[in-house]
Each structure stands twice: as C-alpha cells, then as structure tokens.
Design a protein around this ligand. Structure first.
Ligand SMILES: NC(=O)c1ccc[n+]([C@@H]2O[C@H](COP(=O)([O-])OP(=O)(O)OC[C@H]3O[C@@H](n4cnc5c(N)ncnc54)[C@H](O)[C@@H]3O)[C@@H](O)[C@H]2O)c1
Length: 326
C-alpha cells in the first residue's frame, strides 16, 4: 500500500515507518519536526517537512504519492503541559487532526490508523482496562485524543472513512535503528536509563504507599516494535469500518521499583532513587487488556519481558549517547 505516516519522525512513528517499509509498503513521512528528528526518518521513506495544519501541503503529498492510507502519530503528548496549555493541545491534537481528515476526504484517502492513548479512560474503576470501559479523561491530553476519536466516528459515517484507533499507555524500548529521544524526557524507562548512564543523579519515585506489591505505581509497558506491528496489522484489517483497540503488555504490569531493579540488572549499573510524595491524579494501577485486538486481528506482542524491553532501550542509548543529535 501507499501510506503516509503523520509524525513519522517521532519516537513511535519512526519505528512504524520502519515496519511499513520492511513489509514492502511505499511510505511517506510527514512531520513538522516540532518534536521529531530528521535522523529518525527512515532512509527509504520520502520525507515531507510540513505541519498538519497546512492543508495544501497535505493534499499535494497525498496526490503525489496516490496515498491509500494514513497512520496518524502526530500529536503533543505531555499530560502536565496539556493542563498548563490546553490551547496547544486542542490546536494540535484536534484542529490539526481535523485538517488531516479534511485533506484525506478531499483526496479520497479512505483509511486511517490513529495512535490514541489509554489516557482517554481517566481514573479507571477496574483493571485491566477494556475498550467498553467508560472514558472519562482527567486532562486535556486524554480529552483531545478522545475528541479526535469522536471526529473519526462521525467522519466514518459521513465520508465512508474506515478507521482503527489504538489506545495504549507506555511505549518503551527501541528497534536497532530507532529509539527514544525526547526533550524533556518524561517517560520512566529512559529516565531510569539516564540515571544508569550517569546523565541524571537519581530517579524520583512519586508515591511509595500505594496498595500495590511494593507500594509504587503499577504501569503497562509495551515494546515500540510490538506497537509498530499493531499499527501495520491494523492497516491490513480489510473489513473494518471503525474499531477501537487497547494495546497492553499482556500481563499484570510492573511497579516503578521493578523497572528500576530490572534496569540495574540489565545495565549492571546503579540507579539511585529518591522517594517523593504522590502526584495528584496518579492512579495506583494502569494496565490495558489486549484481549480484543488479539481475538479480532491475531496481533500479539513479541517482547513481553520487561528486561528485553529495557535491554533494547539501553543498547540504543549506548549507540546514541547524545540521541539523534550525536
Ligand atoms: N510515547 C508513548 O508512550 C505514547 C503512549 C500512548 C500514545 N502515544 C501517542 O503516540 C503518538 C506518538 O508518540 P511519540 O512518543 O512517538 O511522540 P513524538 O513526540 O516522539 O512524535 C510525534 C511526532 O509528531 C510530530 N508532530 C507533532 N505535531 C505535528 C504537526 N502538527 N504536524 C506535523 N508533525 C507533527 C512531531 O514532530 C513528532 O515527530 C502520539 O500521538 C502520542 O499521543 C504515545
């Protein structure tokens, strides 16, 4: 297929483009490099450096490639920032997303896979989270992702669009070529590995008195290559008109202390931690069930083991000590 990856110079998007190219798809990366990196664009992808709000550029890209489908990974995705600056999140995650959908409609591009988030569920009443659970986002990040999912549903009805929306928590790990290079970095695994590499003094653990196995929060980590493969297989789901799937690690999740312990074992280095007070709005456990996508598409994760995920991230960090700028 001929596929345009919006946000394909970002962390997950670069691996999605890599998997698409490996599967033989003609791939365009469309990214404004607000967060992404030129060096994260796969050498076999055609690159368009532009913003999703630029409808003219989008339509040109679609017509030149004869695009058949879009994978939409382009978004702002920091929860704290979204609370401080909701305008940025509505502007990028909703308005820019609608510009993408309108250009698709104008050019007859009728299929989209959307990288949503499990933050649409808010503070869940039960675990693991299933797609039928209520969505009550507690921050503008989750709210804007949910708003875009709503637009997908109505565009699908009105303009014969077919969509798959993938909801997940924490992408982690790296492929051989592409890894995580965010500034600032807010994700636990790269933060822990930065501490192991001596690039930060310690890791802050927010809350050690939760009702979990060791008092720290339990979270779901999914390997970025597994995520990328899920996006690719969602594209090939031929008879899907509109579907929402969770993606999770398939187990009970890991506590913060378990991540730190695994990182110490993988790296052979010390990781110093500092226990801090709980952060407002951090639920004790957040784990997504992948049962529905396994059942309906046959997707299943290849890298469920936390050590394998951390190892791949550590190897990438060792080979890219200054990230993509090195
Ligand atoms: N990283 C995670 O753990 C995680 C978890 C759940 C969902 N997601 C979702 O997955 C997607 C990718 O996440 P990521 O961690 O790779 O983020 P990222 O910031 O590394 O990648 C996003 C990419 O989109 C580009 N972009 C942003 N706005 C754009 C615009 N208006 N026009 C063109 N390009 C634009 C950025 O330059 C960047 O390259 C996001 O939509 C995010 O909400 C990520």
């Amino acid at each position: 297929m001929r596929i345009l990856v919006a946000g394909g110079a970002g962390y997950i998007g670069s691996v999605v483009a890599e998997e698409l190219i490996a599967a033989g798809h003609d791939t365009v990366v469309y990214d404004n490099l607000s967060k992404g990196h030129r060096a994260a664009v796969h050498p076999h992808a055609r690159f368009v450096e532009a913003d999703l709000r630029d409808g003219e550029e989008l339509r040109r890209a679609f017509r030149e490639q004869h695009t058949e489908a879009v994978v939409h990974m382009a978004a702002d995705s920091m929860v704290g920032e979204s609370v401080e600056n909701p305008s940025k999140y509505y502007g990028n995650n909703v308005a820019a997303g609608l510009s993408l959908l309108d250009s698709m409609r104008d050019c007859g591009v009728a299929r989209i896979v959307f990288s949503s988030t499990a933050a649409v569920y808010g503070e869940p009443e039960k675990q693991p989270l299933e797609e039928s659970d209520p969505s009550n986002p507690t921050n503008p990040y989750g709210e804007t992702k949910l708003a875009f999912e709503g637009a997908l549903k109505w565009y699908a009805d009105a303009y014969a669009l077919s969509y798959v929306s993938l909801r997940y928590f924490n992408a982690a790990g790296a492929s051989e070529r592409f890894g995580e290079d965010h500034e600032p970095e807010s994700h636990l695994i790269p933060v822990v590995l930065q501490a192991a590499a001596g690039r930060r003094a310690h890791v802050e653990i927010y809350g050690t008195d939760y009702p979990t196995r060791d008092g720290t929060c339990v979270r779901d980590y999914i390997h970025v290559v597994d995520l990328a493969r899920a996006h690719v297989s969602a594209l090939s789901a031929r008879d899907v008109r509109g579907a929402v799937y969770n993606l999770g690690c398939g187990g009970d999740g890991y506590t913060v202390r378990e991540v730190v312990k695994a990182a110490r074992e993988v790296t052979g280095r010390d990781v110093r931690v500092r226990a801090c007070a709980r952060r407002a709005g951090d639920p004790a456990v957040l784990v997504a069930s992948s049962e529905k996508i396994r059942r309906e598409t046959g997707w299943s994760p290849l890298f469920q083991d936390l050590r394998a995920i951390i190892s791949s991230a550590w190897e990438w960090m060792q080979s890219h000590p200054n990230g993509y700028e090195g």
